[in-house]
Design a protein around this ligand. Structure first.
Ligand SMILES: Nc1nc2c(c(=O)[nH]1)N[C@H]1C(S)=C(S)[C@@H](COP(=O)(O)OP(=O)(O)OC[C@H]3O[C@@H](n4cnc5c(N)ncnc54)[C@H](O)[C@@H]3O)O[C@H]1N2
Ligand code: MOO
Ligand SMILES: [Mg+2]
Length: 421
């Protein structure tokens, strides 16, 4: 007899997964390789930045008190006693009406407390000695980049779990991180199931299709921050699949299969979970697409039985697998970022289940708007290419109209949501 499946609300399904407090771990990698990884420790400033007062302009370091009488009608003259570039340190101590020619980035000489920009100084020589004069006064601290103005030692800067962007790389370098503590990428195992599946380089033959899910999911795993361990494709044969899954699960942190989770005669995943003795957390979710998404727990490992239908598979990954990967990357906001957007088209048909429409969000006059990125059926592949978001249409008895404000989940965003449900 056909097993009846009871759909559970999506929030409940996501919660059941997130209740598995899978821990991330740290590894130290060369800073050159850290772009695109996730910090595994909070970052604080290990020194003041800059760690000395310095000139932000090319010009002359002076004592501001010596400039007080300078005016258009009364130029004040300074004797130039030294000449330093960035990285050089003057050994001179400024005395009355003395200046040091200084370049951007050089340390302020002792005694100086202001910088005269080259453009406002008149320079000349008398008997082989350099002088400059100015026609306006400079305040104490004028044109000085002070120690600690960028960061103070001990100041909290970035939280762990943050995506390392080019700016964070600059920060890491500034604080001397030759090796960077990052979250180890969770290893996500992947099998595609289906006797109909051809390899990418195989010619099309009647009844068979090229396996696209593996490549799609592999890219999604990488986008989420995980490492793909692709085991290949499997035919719809119980024993072959059972043995393959049983052996593969032990080699990875999380495990994904695509296909074979529905109620077809060759949909073996439910029976495989049963024979393994895995605990099924849910096997039906009140959502479209991806309603057949099945998640099980086996020896503390989560097994994601994603639908074979490409769009259902895609959505199932983003809603259920992505957040646990991000959690293992120490993120405090592991779910897709949720925003409000204006619908650009009508969806007249009511749907009992919550729908996730592959969409393109864009900005118009500072407001987000959203439109489907293609045909909205779960077996459709082409609509995935332009999808940078999932538009959420809650289930119920009514449809939606262009101009309605709806929630969208952003797929390409690093900020995330703490809990979007
Ligand atoms: N009687 C019912 N039939 C179906 C139901 C249902 O509730 N009752 N649910 C439908 C829904 S919704 C979905 S979604 C699919 C889920 O099917 P499976 O997860 O079991 O996946 P398969 O049957 O293996 O494949 C479905 C579909 O996707 C194609 N596919 C599979 N793998 C790949 C791949 N790697 N690359 C590209 N395309 C793939 C496959 O050829 C099928 O066309 O079940 C419905 N049926
Ligand atoms: O799981 Mo199916 O629509 O729900 O694609
Ligand atoms: Mg099936």
């Amino acid at each position: 007899m056909l097993e009846r499946r009871t759909p559970i609300p999506i929030a409940e399904a996501v919660k059941k997964i997130m209740d598995y407090q899978l821990n991330g771990s740290t590894e130290h990698i060369p800073i050159e390789e850290s772009y695109g990884r996730y910090l595994s420790e909070d970052l604080a400033a290990t020194s003041d930045v800059p760690h000395f007062d310095r000139a932000p302009y090319d010009g002359f370091a002076v004592r501001s008190e010596d400039t007080l009488d300078a005016s258009l009608t009364n130029p004040v003259e300074f004797k130039v006693i030294d000449h330093i570039g960035a990285g050089m340190v003057s050994t001179k101590v400024l005395d009355k009406n003395q200046a040091v020619r200084i370049m951007t980035g050089a340390m302020m000489p002792e005694g100086s407390d202001a910088v005269v920009m080259l453009e406002v100084a008149t320079t000349y020589e008398k008997d082989g000695t350099s002088f400059m004069s100015i026609k306006r006064k400079h305040k104490q601290g004028e044109n000085v980049s002070f120690r600690g103005e960028d960061a103070k030692k001990g100041e909290a800067l970035v939280k762990k779990g943050t995506f390392i962007n080019p700016g964070i790389q600059a920060m890491l370098a500034t604080f001397g991180y030759k090796k960077v503590p990052v979250a180890k990428k969770p290893i996500v195992g992947l099998f595609a199931t289906g006797t109909e599946l051809l390899e990418v380089d195989e010619e099309l033959v009647p009844g068979k299709i090229r396996n696209s899910n593996s490549y799609m999911i592999a890219a999604q795993i990488e986008r989420a921050g995980g490492e793909v361990h692709y085991f290949g494709k499997l035919p719809d044969e119980f024993d072959t699949c059972f043995e393959a899954v049983k052996n593969a699960v032990n080699e990875v942190d999380l495990f994904i299969t695509t296909g074979g989770v529905s109620v077809g005669d060759f949909d073996y995943l439910p029976a495989i979970y049963k024979k393994l003795g895995a605990e099924v957390l849910f096997n039906k979710v009140a959502m479209r697409p991806g309603s057949v998404t099945t998640v099980a727990q086996y020896n503390g490992k989560l097994l994601f039985g994603l639908s074979g239908n490409p769009s259902a598979c895609y959505v199932g990954f983003e809603l259920f697998t992505r957040p646990i990967i991000r959690r293992m990357l120490f993120s405090e906001k592991p779910h897709l970022r949720k925003e409000r957007a204006l619908l650009e088209v009508d969806f007249p048909k009511a749907n009992p289940f919550m729908r996730f429409v592959r969409s393109t969000v864009s900005f118009e006059n500072g407001r987000l708007k959203t439109a489907p990125s293609g045909l909205d059926k779960s077996n459709i592949i082409m609509s995935l290419a332009g999808a940078n978001s999932l538009t959420i249409l809650p289930g119920g008895t009514r449809g939606f109209q262009a101009g309605d404000e709806v929630d969208v989940l952003l797929l390409e965003d690093q900020q995330g949501s703490e809990w979007p449900w």
